[in-house]
Write a protein that binds this ligand. Structure first.
Ligand code: HEM
Length: 263
């Protein structure tokens, strides 16, 4: 190999290491499939991606099968698995990158457009001037989070539900009260103490529900997203959905994904 090729190769390697160190590549994703079908019932699992065949696995009761992969930077990774036991057969897409990597952005976009507590009360403890307005001590005010989070000077394509915005220009925005354009948990010394719990539990619950069920609406009607006025945000029309399990509850598949939230 001539010196020029060696230099190019070294540069390429350096670029790959730097890209990895600065998280330019998606983080590794792990899938775990557990057999909880019941004592004596074996499960045959066969998972494939568009390029890889992970082979057939036979899982005894309480055994599991794990695999990991790095999703594509082109957002087109797909893994699908078939499950067979006692003469039954099920197949489903276990990881669809464009669907699954959007989970946390979907939560951010939902909390942006529909903050559960849209008005945060405050009372000033001393005289102050804000944007030229004199605010005397003891003034009660309601900070309108909903309005801040839909401000057309800050957010484009209003009022579209667009989780993709958190994958590109606003990828680093966080909801812990420091980026004032998105503060669904409030900010300052009275910020919501349930924030860490919520940011852990919301993606888990949502992932579990999406992976476990096919979702639909009664008569395929569009969901009415209008809200009713109040200190907490309620839907004007109650949500009615149909759920059909993708798999019997005894087989569970869990996916650990890198979330965009800070610890
Ligand atoms: C998506 C979930 C949640 C959202 C969007 C949310 C939002 C908020 C907001 C906007 C406030 C007012 C913050 C401020 O005044 O700056 C608040 C306060 C509070 N939240 Fe949450 N919350 C959530 C979940 C929880 C959970 C799970 C808990 C308890 C386990 C919790 C407990 C509290 C408490 C105790 C306060 C009052 C804090 C204080 O006044 O010092 N919240 N929350």
């Amino acid at each position: 190999m001539n010196p020029l090729s060696v230099t190019c190769l070294l540069h390429l390697l350096l670029l790959l290491v730097v890209a990895d160190a600065f998280s330019l590549f998606p983080k590794k994703t792990h899938v775990q499939i557990n057999n909880d079908l019941g004592s004596g019932i074996d499960l045959t699992v066969h998972c494939k991606s568009k390029d890889d065949d992970l082979g057939e696995r036979h899982l005894g009761y309480h055994n599991n099968f794990d695999f990991g992969f790095r999703p594509s930077i082109f957002q087109n990774t797909l893994f699908f698995c078939s499950f067979q036991w006692n003469g039954l057969f099920h197949r489903f897409d276990i990881y669809v990158q464009i669907r699954d990597s959007l989970l946390c952005p979907v939560i951010k976009e939902t909390l942006r457009l529909y903050p559960p507590a849209p008005l945060v009360p405050r009372e000033t403890i001393e005289d102050c001037t804000v944007a030229g307005f004199h605010v005397p001590s003891g003034t009660r005010l309601l900070v309108n989070l909903r309005k801040l989070q839909r401000d057309p000077n800050v957010w484009d394509k209003l009022p579209d539900f667009m989780p993709e915005r958190f994958l590109s220009d606003r990828a680093n925005i966080d909801m812990r009260g420091q980026d004032f354009e998105l503060i669904p948990f409030g900010s300052g010394r009275r910020i919501c103490p349930g924030i860490t719990f919520s940011l852990r539990v919301l993606p888990l619950v949502l992932a579990r529900l999406l992976h476990g069920f096919e979702w639909g609406t009664v008569g395929d009607k569009a969901i009415d997203m209008s809200e009713s006025p109040g200190l907490t945000n309620h839907k004007a029309t109650p949500l009615e959905v149909t759920l059909s399990p993708k798999l019997p509850s005894m087989i569970s598949a869990s996916i650990k994904m890198h979330t965009t939230y800070n610890q």
